[in-house]
Design a protein around this ligand. Structure first.
Ligand code: HAM
Length: 413
């Protein structure tokens, strides 16, 4: 038997209503904030992610699904995230010279070859937003406010905002040096990955989950103490905006994010009480990304939320139950003429937008009624030869058992 690929998932009809409910809130909130939906291809030139996401990141080095195109012998990758594609589309469609800010949102599947576990899969779903051309702290506050309002509307009281600033190209090199000199003292104790990262991406040592490394990281220099005046003022005013907007946050120096394009503000929404994969949303500013992809110098800020992680956080609170629609009417029939009549009525009512079910299995009347109960139909109608002849039948309200006679060819429900 052929089974699904490890790390992918089938979402069956009893789970899709929850996904659709969550996606509905995401769409509604994004559109209320003036973001328009963008759809970009599932696969792109590998170079886009190498240049956009960064060639020292785990995502690009270890996790991309990369293959050679049959036609042109070029390297293609399934998208591991959405930001680089949106930035590419912005440049490609001449939107960099359009009225600013440019605001986009997406709900997409992404692909990363990671070790699957609860909240981590190889194909996963993200809701993301990207805003270009606004470099004020008010833009950061707006992006964060949008993420926070989705989380609030989903009732996720267990999810908290953590924020940091990782500086810009002016102040980051100096901070990087400070980190390298601090961590170099512990070279013998750091894990293998961190020893490598010390040369390639020392910032990532701050969020290593290994016990020893995270203990060492506690004493490391803090980004916020090494920011240039511009970055410091930006971060301070962002905090003021969030205070004024009544959005709670914790300034957390361990938030450094795993993708190379980030500059300045970075943030994560973390679910409390979930041991692993607790980051339900991650984002930040990426002021050099558009330029690095061949566009003009244009600032950007955005975030993405993982749908399955949102669901895990909802499950923890027991708020993951959504109503599944049940039929308004089940038409049970006895005999060929009645079966024909049942389908005729079902067709008429469905054209009016009513959710109707009727027998297409040739079940006995008893079995049909059992099925109607299973479907939780609101009303049932039983048609036999005499009902076809008289053109009348009894409509039964399944909740209180009351009956009402109606005209088969003209009733509505
Ligand atoms: P990211 O932190 O790599 O950022 O992913 C964002 C969110 O996607 C994570 O917080 C998590 O909820 C979810 N996620 C990531 N990997 C997996 C996985 N393997 N399985 C399940 N869920 C996962 C980005 O992707 C950036 N593009 C976000 C962004 C947009 N920054 C600025 N704009």
């Amino acid at each position: 038997m052929i089974q699904k690929i490890k790390g992918t998932m089938d979402i069956l009809p009893d789970e899709t209503p929850l996904f659709r409910y969550i996606e509905g809130i995401m769409r509604e909130e994004a559109e209320r904030y003036g973001f328009g939906e963008i759809r970009t291809p599932t696969f792109e030139n590998t170079d886009l992610f190498v240049r956009g996401v960064g060639d020292t990141t785990d995502v690009v080095q270890k996790e991309m699904y990369t293959f050679t195109d049959r036609d042109e012998n070029r390297s293609i990758s399934l998208r591991p995230e959405g930001t680089a594609s949106v930035a590419r589309a912005l440049i490609e469609h001449g939107k960099c010279v359009d009225t600013m800010p440019q605001k986009y949102y997406y709900i997409i599947s992404c692909f990363r070859h990671e070790a699957p576990q609860a909240g981590r899969s190889r194909e996963f779903f993200q809701f993301g937003t990207e805003m270009f051309g606004a470099d004020s702290p008010a833009a950061d506050a707006t992006s964060i406010s949008l993420a926070a309002s989705v989380i609030r509307r989903l009732g996720l009281t267990n999810v908290k905002l953590h924020m940091n600033s990782i500086g810009c190209k002016e102040c980051r090199p100096q901070y990087r040096d400070a980190l390298v000199s601090y961590f170099s003292k512990y070279k013998g104790e750091l894990c293998e990955t961190c020893n490598k990262r010390l040369e390639t991406n020392p910032l990532r040592l701050l969020d290593c989950k290994s016990k020893i490394c995270s203990e060492i990281a506690k004493g490391a220099p803090k980004t916020l103490d090494h920011l240039c005046d511009k970055c410091k003022n930006h971060f301070d005013s962002l905090c003021q905006y969030l205070d004024a907007m009544n959005i709670e946050y914790t300034v957390d120096p361990t938030i450094v994010r795993g993708l190379d394009y980030y500059t300045g503000t970075v943030f994560e929404f973390i679910a409390e009480g979930i041991a692993a994969q607790s980051t339900v949303c991650g984002g930040g500013r990426y002021d050099g990304l558009v330029e690095s992809l061949g566009g003009p110098a244009l600032s950007g800020i955005g975030f993405a939320m993982g749908l399955t992680r949102i669901i895990l956080a909802m499950k923890q609170l027991g708020t993951d139950k959504v109503e599944i629609a049940n039929p308004k009417l089940y038409i049970a029939s006895l005999g060929d003429k009645a079966a024909l009549k049942a389908l005729e009525i079902a067709e008429r009512l469905r054209r009016q937008g009513t959710f109707v079910e009727c027998d297409i299995m040739g079940r006995s009347l008893k079995a049909q009624m059992k099925y109607a109960n299973k479907l939780n139909a609101e009303y049932t109608l039983i048609i036999g030869d005499s009902e076809v002849e008289s053109g009348k039948a009894q409509l039964r309200d399944m909740k209180n058992g009351t009956q009402e006679e109606l005209e088969l060819d003209s009733f509505t429900i």
